[in-house]
Design a protein around this ligand. Structure first.
Ligand SMILES: Cc1cc2nc3c(=O)[nH]c(=O)nc-3n(C[C@H](O)[C@H](O)[C@H](O)COP(=O)(O)OP(=O)(O)OC[C@H]3O[C@@H](n4cnc5c(N)ncnc54)[C@H](O)[C@@H]3O)c2cc1C
Length: 496
């Protein structure tokens, strides 16, 4: 039987498909629309998502089509200009991607689709999920393609089918929250004559802001104009130009040839469950909110990154209870993201502005799962790094193959065991797929690392006995400062 059927090939479904395909788990990804979709939509990639892309092997492609730390040129109602941001924060030993990246969402999908192809998968475009039934053993889904139907049976169905998710509705999962018809925004990708592409330009006006953000790797800008109640939200170029001219006072700038446009309405909702039996929700299907703060796509990608390795582990024999940790870990993150994006949206509406990003709380680097059943350590509450936290990077390492950063060694979606003291003596053979690294004075073998500058020991607050078990999604499963290999072996049993 097929292991997983993924409905929807947006950023969430594609990330999940890559996660399963790279582990050799059988899956199909169906997508209702006939081909790749245009549209910049979510154009902010947060530092934590760049780390996910690094692990998946696509970060260079994504960076090549984006711009890090895009400066914002804010033009006040009296014409005064203020520049915000623009300087990329210094790269830290523990954080390889210190700022968010602007790139169109379709570019992210393109990179993920290409990676899926490299793993041997492909999106089945023009294939619509029409309905499903589930039993104890699996899910039978009816899909429609070219007017014909097919029944696909799989162990799990994952609804990555966006805000209007059919999977969520048919699973009977409530999508609590509200739709605010009074908060609307025109969003479009347009050609612009007469404006430089060195910054994201935001003009403030009593009707609301209008902004033009150059989209790297394209010739277009993303146009955004918040609509006051009663304003014409028409998506025709003449209306967009008229709004722009009125709010910016600039009649020398011409907008034309819109490639994509959409009227966004504030929809703020969170699914009350992420799972019904063998059916899961991820991405916008599970949580939807305002684009303020650039969190939505990032949260969906990280849902998929959390769920993918767990589905693969259970497919390969791990205890099914592992899957319960998906909702337990990810739903509280979405609730926090909703609160953050709501606060930013309120600020944007009150100030009639676009809220600048790049705040520490939007990078998603501090997302963690300390309260998860998968997190165990022997540290006290005041320790800077605990089980459940993001496993930090570290530079300046030397191996027998030369200089490396820590993320170079962990890349690829495996469990990793890092030991700072004597190499752990396991009573039983550690599970296959566990990569082991050992901090030493001089590298002699394949798992040896020299941490001459102490960045690794510093980042992990290590003693000379510390053992650290890192999950395939880059979070710490266990820390034993007592260096107990038996505790690590016990903990690994949860993962198959
Ligand atoms: C104007 C705007 C700006 C935004 N800015 C940001 C930002 O800066 N940063 C950020 O992180 N996010 C941003 N977002 C949000 C971001 O676009 C979404 O969170 C993201 O697209 C969600 O991805 P997804 O894969 O979960 O869902 P989607 O991208 O919605 O993909 C769902 C897919 O499922 C398919 N589908 C639906 N029903 C079926 C079916 N029955 N059968 C088969 N396929 C189906 C759809 O065709 C679609 O391709 C923004 C959104 C908007 C509108």
């Amino acid at each position: 039987m097929l292991t997983a059927l993924i409905a929807g090939a947006g950023p969430t479904g594609l990330t999940l498909a890559c996660e399963l395909a790279r582990r050799g788990v059988s899956c199909r990804v169906i997508e209702a629309v006939p081909g790749p979709q245009p549209g910049s939509r979510g154009k902010g990639i947060q530092p934590r998502t760049l780390e996910v892309f690094d692990d998946l092997g696509i970060v260079d492609r994504v960076l090549a089509n984006g711009r890090m730390a895009m400066p914002m040129r804010m033009i006040a109602r009296d014409g005064q200009v203020t520049m915000r941001g623009g300087e990329t924060p210094a790269v830290r030993p523990d954080v390889p991607y210190p700022a968010s990246l602007v790139t169109p969402e379709w570019r992210v999908e393109e990179a993920l689709r290409r990676r899926l192809g490299e793993f041997g998968g492909a999106v089945e475009f023009g294939t619509v999920l029409d309905g499903f039934e589930q039993s104890e053993d699996g899910v039978s889904a009816t899909v429609v393609r070219d007017g014909g139907t097919e029944v696909i049976t799989a162990r799990w169905l994952i609804g990555c089918d966006g805000g209007r998710s059919l999977v969520r509705k048919q699973a009977g999962i409530v999508f609590g929250g509200e739709t605010r018809e009074d908060i609307r925004m025109i969003v479009a990708d347009v050609m612009v004559d007469g404006l430089d592409r060195d910054a994201w330009h935001v003009w403030h006006h009593e009707d609301g802001p209008v902004s033009l953000c150059p989209l790297p790797s394209t010739g277009v800008f993303q146009y955004q104009a918040g609509m006051a109640p009663g304003q014409d939200p028409g998506l025709d170029p003449a209306n967009m130009q008229a709004i722009f001219a009125r709010r910016s006072g600039r009649t020398d700038i011409r907008l034309h040839a819109p490639e994509w446009s959409s009227l966004w309405r504030a929809n703020i909702r969170l699914a009350d469950r992420y799972r019904e039996g063998r059916v899961f929700l991820a991405g916008d299907a599970a949580h939807i909110h305002s684009p303020a703060g650039g969190q939505g796509m990032n949260t969906g990608i990280q849902d998929a990154y959390n769920l993918g390795w767990k589905l693969a582990a259970v497919a390969n024999g791990a205890p099914p209870a592992l899957l319960d940790s998906y909702e337990a870990e990810r739903r509280p993150v979405a609730a926090d993201v909703l609160a953050l994006s709501n606060a930013l949206l309120r600020q944007a509406v009150e100030q009639k502005s676009i809220v600048a990003r790049r705040k520490a709380n939007t990078t998603q680097l501090d997302v963690g799962y300390r309260h998860s059943t998968l997190a165990r350590d022997d540290r006290d509450g005041s320790a800077p790094l605990r089980a459940g936290d993001r496993a930090p990077d570290a530079t300046g390492l030397t191996t027998t193959r030369g200089g490396r950063r820590w993320f170079d060694l962990t890349r690829g979606g495996h469990f990793t065991l890092l030991s700072f003291g004597a190499a752990p003596a396991f009573e039983m053979r550690p599970p296959g797929g566990l990569r082991m690294f050992h901090v030493v004075g001089q590298a002699a073998g394949p798992g040896d690392i020299v941490d001459a500058q102490g960045h690794l020991a510093g980042a992990y607050a290590a003693t000379d006995r510390t053992l650290v078990l890192i999950r395939p999604d880059g979070y710490i499963a266990m820390i034993s400062d007592a260096g107990e290999a038996a505790a690590i072996s016990d903990h690994l049993a949860m993962f198959g």
